[in-house]
Design a protein around this ligand. Structure first.
Ligand code: MGD
Ligand code: MGD
Ligand code: SF4
Ligand code: MO
Length: 691
């Protein structure tokens, strides 16, 4: 019997519709759903890998216990009993902070996790909460929270209607976009240029996105905050500031412009490598464009000035009259969003309400920076982490100074992981709990439909039944063990909870409405929302939050000082490939076959200086670690910059990234612009393995 199922791919932020053909209980084909209201048939190679993930014999289906002989299967009753005993004893003896939690990236691609994790965290009552956010987008959450009051209500680039997109530190041709959800960025950016618009990409690498742009500017890693401030400076000093229809909703314009006054194009030219005339021209182009928007991602957020850069992108969109305007920066709205008052206003957003125990790093959005997880495990004293719970994360590969964390995890008294696989992180866990595969659970993209570039709603029914406990049962049982009291939401299922949210949402939909539309419901383009989306106490956009403006002069001066190159030093940046997904799925043959993707990209000038040619093996060293890598000489990277991907077991850039390097405002780790040196004669390694 052949059936066809339609569902949303949960693997990245693009939310593509998939058409999945099942015959006699097995997936026979996955392709893009041509009738999906948002993706119209677009798919990337990872979408079809869902079949392999589902069928993978190595995917965990029962709980496992760590023994001296390796992990062995146990029953659910045994797993729960051991977790209850050992976690309970540690909490009783050492208090709630003795249990640390790391939440990994796939949690935001789940319907259940965002609904049920907050109850688990509350029940655990620990301040030692960490997630992938602090190796990713927390600078964006911080600037967004301070400017608009809601850290998750990020400003989205309306790429489908803009005539000028300035994109920095993002490569959606490989990543499929982030903090701005839409399938088919190549198609959308192509359409922007086809209608006469202009795409400018700022990146130390000539990425596929940069190659498809009207203009590519190679910038010195870590200096975008200076460059963005200089653009705002020109717009201010040349009298081009125009707030447009957003003017009545904006506070702090004078203070914001005063903060960028010292940062002229001439001053930042040296540190950024972008000449002053180009910066001036771009500022004028932005101001003159019919509709313009500035969008930055990983490359500008995971650096020392990440929060300033995130703030400055929104400042530029605002002062060119493009805030909350079609074709400019707009705010998203999910069909499940809570009702909002038309006047806006709220309690606002605060940072650094507490700091980490050992090195005093700031809290942001109730989390501590994951870069301090290792030291919080290693350092004795009250509040030391003795037990760890990881859920859908592989921090041993994903976070800075990864070898230190790997060693620290081995010293824990107890560790539990909720994961689909045994890997570099979960191998340390005393108990590993599996959840059903992506095709065995229902889905509604509860996080990303709040930030899609069109308003859409899709429901995905589970395709296959499973005997395993559901993800909800796993999380609620952990919550009960943590003393969480009666089940959250009165014991309702995720379907019932979502139905309630949709009914109260802006379009008053029901889950049955979604079920009746297997290709999704298109709720139209983004619409202006100010001031209803604002949660600041003033009910205004705060363009000059003191938490950003006060540290800004010293921070930018230190970035400027760091940018005076040290002889022989190179700066390491990351890169993504369309057939990879962070640290996992590297065992799926269809995604890893072909040329090795972990080579060190090195510019011909630097290759010559180091007497290296493609194929040579070299040792790359940073302050904290070293790696033997194979060199690929390429003009894709600018001179002085080298690039490696993260998340691979054998060659992982996080062996080199430094836990001591961070954005002081948000606490986010610095993952780009890491000073490194090359040492010849690394041991020639055998053919790289796939994981
Ligand atoms: N140097 C450097 N480091 C980086 C980055 C970078 O650009 N450069 N990027 C950073 C970014 S943006 C991110 S988001 C992080 C990601 O880093 P992590 O948060 O560690 O996430 P992943 O690497 O995606 O690992 C996902 C884990 O979840 C498991 N998993 C998959 N699906 C499920 C599921 O449905 N349920 C459960 N319970 N488990 C599941 C997988 O087996 C895997 O162990 O890495 C960061 N690290
Ligand atoms: N195929 C694939 N897709 C993914 C992922 C994946 O691992 N693989 N991960 C997903 C996740 S969790 C996320 S958060 C998103 C991330 O989505 P993107 O932000 O688009 O991620 P990257 O492809 O890492 O692009 C970052 C770019 O910043 C550049 N860069 C580095 N340093 C600097 C700098 O100082 N300044 C500037 N201007 N640029 C710099 C890098 O060269 C790189 O091209 O991707 C998601 N999608
Ligand atoms: S682009 Fe993202 S959502 Fe679309 S098929 Fe690929 S992994 Fe899935
Ligand atoms: Mo991410």
């Amino acid at each position: 019997m052949t059936e066809t199922h339609f569902r949303t791919c949960p693997l990245c932020e693009a939310t593509c519709g998939l058409e999945i053909t099942v015959r006699d209980g097995a997936v026979v084909r996955i392709r893009g759903d041509r009738d999906d209201v948002f993706s119209r048939g677009f798919i990337c190679p990872k979408g079809s890998a869902l079949k392999h993930l589902h069928e993978d014999p190595n995917r965990l289906r029962v709980p496992h216990r760590r023994t001296p002989e390796g992990h062995v299967p146990i029953t659910w009753d045994e797993a729960w009993a051991e977790i209850e005993d050992r976690l309970g004893a540690i909490r009783t003896e050492h208090g709630p902070d003795a249990v640390g939690v790391y939440l990994g990236n796939p949690n935001v691609h789940s319907l259940v996790a965002p609904l049920f994790l907050p109850h688990l965290i509350r029940a655990l009552g620990t301040r030692n909460l960490f997630s992938a956010s602090t190796v990713d987008q927390v600078p964006r959450n911080v600037s967004t929270g301070l400017m608009y009051g809601d850290p998750y209500g990020v400003l989205l680039p309306d790429i489908d209607r803009t005539s000028y997109l300035l994109m920095l530190g993002a490569n959606p041709f490989e990543s499929n976009g982030s903090l701005a959800s839409a399938p088919d960025w190549p198609g959308r950016l192509g359409a922007l240029r086809a209608r006469g618009g202009r795409l400018v990409v700022v990146d130390p690498r000539r990425t596929k996105t940069a190659a498809a742009a009207d203009e590519h500017l190679a910038i010195r890693p870590g200096t975008d905050s200076l460059f963005l401030c200089a653009l705002a400076n020109v717009i201010a000093t040349d009298g081009l500031v125009d707030l447009g229809d957003a003017a009545p909703h904006v506070n702090g314009i004078e203070e914001a412009l005063a903060a960028v006054t010292p940062w002229t194009p001439e001053r930042v030219a040296g540190p950024t490598g972008i000449d002053a005339a180009t910066t001036r021209r771009l500022a004028h182009e932005l101001a003159a464009a019919d509709r313009a928007v500035v969008y930055g991602r990983i490359g500008v957020h995971t650096v020392r000035g990440g929060t300033v850069a995130s703030w400055a992108t929104d400042l530029l969109t605002t002062i060119t009259g493009n805030l909350d305007r079609p074709g400019g920066g707009m705010f998203g709205l999910g069909a499940h969003s809570a009702p909002r008052s038309p006047e806006g206003g709220g309690r606002g957003f605060k940072i650094a309400r507490w700091t980490s125990r050992v090195s005093g790093r700031p809290e942001a959005a109730s989390e501590l920076p994951v870069a301090v997880l290792a030291e919080e495990i290693e350092t004795p004293g009250p509040g030391q982490i003795r037990a760890l719970l990881t859920i859908a994360g592989n921090p041993v590969l994903s976070t800075p100074h990864s070898e230190r964390l790997d060693a620290a995890l081995a010293t824990l008294d107890f560790m539990v992981s909720v994961d689909l696989y045994l890997n570099e992180t979960t191998r340390h866990a005393d108990i590993v709990l599996p959840v059903p595969s992506q095709l065995e659970k229902s889905h509604y993209d509860i996080v990303f439909t709040n930030q899609t570039l069109r308003q859409v709603a899709n429901w995905s029914e589970a395709i296959f039944p499973t005997e395993q406990p559901s993800e909800r049962e796993v999380l609620t049982t952990l919550t009960t063990i943590a003393g969480g009291g009666p089940p959250p939401f009165g014991g309702a299922t995720e379907e019932e909870i979502l139905d309630g949210m949709l009914r109260k949402g802006p379009w008053g939909l029901t889950l049955d409405d979604l079920r009746a539309h297997p290709h999704g419901i298109d709720l139209g383009p983004l619409e202006p929302r100010l001031p209803s989306n604002l949660r600041t106490p003033s009910a205004k956009v705060e363009l000059a939050p003191p938490e950003i403006i006060e540290p800004l002069p010293e921070l930018l001066a230190s970035i400027e000082a760091d940018a005076s190159a040290v002889d022989g030093e190179l700066l390491l940046v990351g890169r993504r490939h369309v057939r990879s997904n962070n640290s996992w799925m590297h065992h799926i043959d269809m995604l890893v076959r072909g040329k090795d993707r972990t080579a060190l990209h090195l510019h011909p000038r630097d290759a010559a200086a180091h007497c290296l040619v493609s194929g040579d093996t070299v040792t790359i060293c940073s302050r904290v670690g070293e790696l033997d890598v194979v060199v690929e000489v390429t003009e894709e990277v600018m001179p002085g910059v080298v690039s490696l991907p993260h998340g691979w077991a054998r060659v992982n850039s996080n062996v080199l990234t430094d836990g001591e390097a961070f954005d002081p405002i948000s606490g986010n780790a610095t993952l780009n612009g890491i000073p490194v040196r090359l040492r010849p004669g690394g041991a020639r390694s055998e053919t790289p393995s796939s994981a």
